[in-house]
Design a protein around this ligand. Structure first.
Ligand code: SF4
Length: 445
């Protein structure tokens, strides 16, 4: 029995001294028994705040109730009704549901994401493939969370769906950018294999715009979904930015986790405070480098979760807050340091966070032989060629409320349409797009 209903049942986490030596998962999570104990704390609220807060409105009380009864298969079946990536979301969803859980008002919120992870790890359930085909063909560009969600929803409605992925691995940012110590590759594979088992086709290493022109897709397919993410690095526009030793966070993480690259540096500075910045700095630390974060605001304004920041510090990462790089110090074409300037916080800017303001005369230089830029990226839309689309000032596709683009028969969701948001937001948009695409395909003669 649960002794104190206000306290979360403890779960396994590997110690910093042990986990820093490898790339294995940091959080061990619950076993079956402790998952059942934690699930029993859920109140099955009549108007569940957790469900309201979840972008895809997952029936959280229902799957937690099934776990409390020891029915992990049933819990997984409930999750799969709306969420095609349970193993992924059980590990890396930012869990807005937990912030709103009523148990959290007086004590610890229910560990919803860890219970989802338990359902995924211990449960057994599959999607039901369609009995017949509608004969309609759908092309999906990109195999990240948005592309996979749209592909599955349309496949389950009987359409013939093919995903085109330009990389050698599927999963988009799940495989390219999220470290294995947060999201093991086999977890991503299990979720994707379950989707592909419904008959969704997947072709890797094919670049739309080069190997296949976008206009050829338009001719061959009845509808197209774009879920290419936002993976194109943006420049910082500071002196010395092109020196050897400077890399953007996406190619850095892809290099380590897809191409097994062993970057060797003595001291790595990661610029930024988001999830990718923390992932990169913890990765650099595991590669044997002294590793630190340079961030222009305070810790509480970092977009990364405070748990991840805390875990990074436990692993020996140093935070240089209220600090911004001004120029890279270069010798013989190689980076040898960074000149930084101290910042103070002013009134809120358009993001609602206090605006960082440089303090004149506070410049200082720190030694470093590697800098990872983790501030921003945008979608690479070069694949559309000369096709005309309405594009926003953020270089994303202009879409309507059903995620339809300005071109008939083409939808877009995920970061390529909304800019960088969460996995759950990408799945939510992709599901809406798929529903609209289904209506379009069904009415098409
Ligand atoms: Fe359970 Fe918390 Fe959701 Fe209520 S808000 S149903 S306690 S998880």
């Amino acid at each position: 029995m649960v002794d104190d209903v206000w306290k979360r049942v403890p779960f396994g986490v590997r110690s910093p001294e042990v986990r820093i030596k490898d790339f294995e998962e940091v959080v061990i999570g619950y076993d079956r028994e402790t998952a059942i104990e934690e699930a029993k704390r859920c109140l099955r609220c009549k108007k569940p705040k957790c469900m309201e807060a979840c972008p895809i409105h997952q029936d959280i009380p229902e799957y937690i109730h099934k776990i409390a009864e020891g029915d992990f298969d049933g819990a997984l079946r409930t999750i799969l009704e709306i969420n095609p990536l349970p193993g992924v979301c059980g590990r890396v969803c930012i869990s807005k549901c937990e912030t709103e859980c009523v148990r959290g008002k007086k004590g610890d919120a229910i560990a919803i994401h860890l219970l989802k992870r338990a359902a995924s790890d211990f449960g057994d359930a599959e999607f039901e493939p369609p009995d017949s085909s509608t004969g309609k063909k759908v092309a999906v560009i990109g195999s990240g969370p948005a592309g996979l969600t749209t592909a599955l929803v349309l496949r389950l409605r009987g359409h013939d769906v093919k995903i085109f992925e330009q990389k050698s691995v599927s999963g988009g940012m799940l495989s390219l950018c999220i470290p294995t110590f947060r999201l093991p590759k086999e977890v991503v594979k299990k979720d994707i294999d379950r989707i592909l088992s419904t008959g969704v086709e997947l072709e890797l290493n094919v670049r739309i715009g080069e190997d296949i022109k976008f206009k050829e897709l338009l001719k061959e397919y009845d509808a197209i979904f774009i879920g290419v993410g936002a993976l194109k690095p943006k420049r910082m526009n500071i002196d010395g930015e092109d020196a050897e030793g400077i890399i953007h966070v996406i190619p850095f993480l892809e290099g380590v986790y897809v191409h097994n690259k062993k970057y060797s540096s003595k001291k790595t500075v990661v610029v930024g405070g988001g999830y990718s910045a923390i992932d990169a700095v913890r990765t650099a630390k595991r590669l044997g480098s002294e590793a630190l974060i340079v961030y222009r605001r305070m810790r509480e304004q970092m977009p990364a979760s405070q748990t991840e920041v805390y875990e990074a510090e436990e692993e020996g990462v140093k935070l240089h807050l209220l600090t911004n790089p001004k120029r890279v110090v270069v010798k013989d074409g190689k980076m040898v340091g960074i000149e930084c300037i101290k910042m103070k916080l002013g009134d809120p800017d358009t993001s609602g966070r206090p605006r960082p303001i440089p303090i004149e005369g506070s410049e200082f230089t720190m030694d470093a032989d590697m800098m990872i830029q983790a501030i921003s990226q945008e979608p690479d839309l070069s694949f559309i060629g000369s096709e005309e689309f309405k594009i926003t000032k953020w270089n994303t596709f202009e879409i309507n409320e059903m995620y339809s683009t300005s071109k008939k028969g083409v939808w877009a969701a995920g970061d390529a349409a909304t800019g960088p948001l969460t996995i759950a937001d990408a799945m939510c948009g992709a599901r809406k797009a798929a529903e609209d695409m289904h209506i379009y395909l069904t009415n098409r003669v």
